[in-house]
Design a protein around this ligand. Structure first.
Ligand SMILES: *Cc1c(COP(=O)(O)O)cnc(C)c1O
Ligand code: SF4
Length: 419
């Protein structure tokens, strides 16, 4: 298959008779997704132990790898970063005591099937449970790839009804599974229904297709999406090696159609837990018009503990990015709080000390500097003639404390309170 730019890692005979048209057709790719050991063995070398481990894993979790993504795997090298993301290892069958089925309480905070309403003005809306490639570290493995619930019309209707009824929702994030597994007309149905709702300002689609099946981003698809702007796409590159000619073309088609593209990576042990790899990734992303958005600390989902590294590593990565490269290339490192607390951003400390008058700060080079604060810092906020303070209400959480509406926030069930 030497005629294709991405096949440099693939020395397999398996696809040698595949035509250019077939290879670049996402439906052909989907039809030929690798789900079993005999086919996988035609692409990469598997030792006897790996094969029996894989068999045990497949009893518990599904495997799916698109031929395109498989073609990026190194045939021999077991620690190939593509292979580690796609091929199950025996550790998946092991549960650690800190592991949870639904660590982010996406099912708990769910007013309609597949819909999570955690933040005041936006919802996460899962419209399918299937993906073209099952990432081995998937945080949603409790639902993703478990059953073939491709598109549950009734659930989608319930989700849409909830969004229609809640005027506070101005941002809808379509996710899954991978929403782009659905045919264009199903996606268009959801987009057009959302667009009929006046309070929905933006629509975001979370999809790994530009990475694992870039052929999915067809000219026809982007033409359709254009009709429903503003539509954003957040994709999911984890390693610079995933940025190929094909994935670059997929991103170009989206960007040319006016779709702003963001990237959400997961911090993964032995894959991208390295400042040099991350720097290369974020720089290459900007070059293909993708803005690095988040790096996630790996969640506490079951069977993915072998992918976790320390939070410290994430902070070290940000330390090596901020100031050292283009500011736009620097994503926010977040921990999604177990129990549904949402995303918590973390970064190195740049504030070293403070007094009434001065702050002592340090920059990325370690230069220590001061900033002198003004005397009169009380703003006239709330007194100007265009003030629309009411639009901020109802205030919640810490914002409520800052406004003076509430004096304390305290945990439920404090022993002191029972005395
Ligand atoms: C991540 C997430 C969002 C979106 O968060 P942003 O910070 O706005 O990108 C919304 N809802 C849920 C449940 C999420 O996990
Ligand atoms: S694409 Fe997303 S939802 Fe699908 S398996 Fe990968 S991480 Fe999970």
């Amino acid at each position: 298959m030497s005629q294709f730019a991405t096949i440099e890692y693939c020395k397999t005979e398996l696809y040698k008779n595949v035509t250019h048209e077939e290879w670049n057709n996402w439906k052909w790719q989907l039809k030929n997704v690798i789900r079993d050991i005999p086919t996988l063995k035609k692409i990469i070398n598997l030792g006897a132990k790996e094969e029996s481990d894989l068999e045990s894993c497949l009893k518990k979790f599904r495997m799916a790898i698109t031929p395109y993504y498989a073609s990026l795997m190194d045939k021999k090298y077991k620690r190939c970063v593509i292979r580690l993301q796609a091929v199950p290892r025996i550790m998946e069958t092991e549960d650690k005591h800190e592991d949870q089925g639904d660590p982010l309480h996406e099912d708990v905070d769910s007013p309609a099937p597949g819909l999570t309403h955690r933040y005041p003005d936006r919802v996460l809306f899962l419209i399918t449970h299937v993906c073209s490639m099952y990432c081995r570290y998937c945080t949603r493995r409790r639902v993703v790839g478990v059953e073939d619930s491709f598109f549950a019309q009734k659930a989608v209707e319930e989700g849409l009804a909830y969004i229609r009824d809640n005027k506070s929702i101005r941002d809808v994030l379509l996710s899954g599974g991978d929403p782009l597994m659905l045919p264009d007309d199903r996606i268009e149905y959801v987009l057009s229904e959302l667009r009929k709702i006046p309070h929905v300002e933006i629509i975001r689609i979370g999809s790994r297709m530009p990475v694992v099946l870039p052929q999915r981003i067809t000219a026809k698809f982007v033409e359709m999406i254009k009709k429903y702007h503003p539509v954003y796409v957040n994709t999911h590159f984890n390693h610079p090696r995933e940025i190929t000619l094909e994935s670059k073309n997929a991103c170009s088609r989206l960007a040319d159609a006016g779709v702003p593209i963001g990237n959400q990576s997961v911090l993964l042990k032995d894959i991208n837990d390295c400042p040099y790899i991350m720097k290369s990734l974020v720089q290459k992303l900007l070059a293909v018009r993708v803005k690095p958005y988040y790096i996630y600390q790996c969640d506490l989902s079951k069977g993915i503990s072998h992918f976790r590294t320390s939070i410290t590593k994430g902070i070290e990565i940000i330390e090596n990015l901020r100031g050292h490269t283009t500011g736009m290339a620097v994503p926010t490192f977040v921990v999604d709080a177990p129990g549904g607390g949402g995303k918590i951003p973390l970064m190195p400390n740049y504030l070293l000390a403070q007094s009434d008058r001065r702050l002592v700060l340090r920059n990325y080079e370690g230069v220590i500097t001061t900033y002198t604060q003004p005397d009169n810092v009380f703003s006239d906020c709330g007194k100007c003639h265009i003030c629309d303070r009411e639009s901020l209400k109802p205030l919640d959480g810490v914002a409520k404390l800052l406004s003076g509406e509430k004096l304390t926030l305290e945990p439920e069930g404090l022993i002191r309170r029972k005395r």
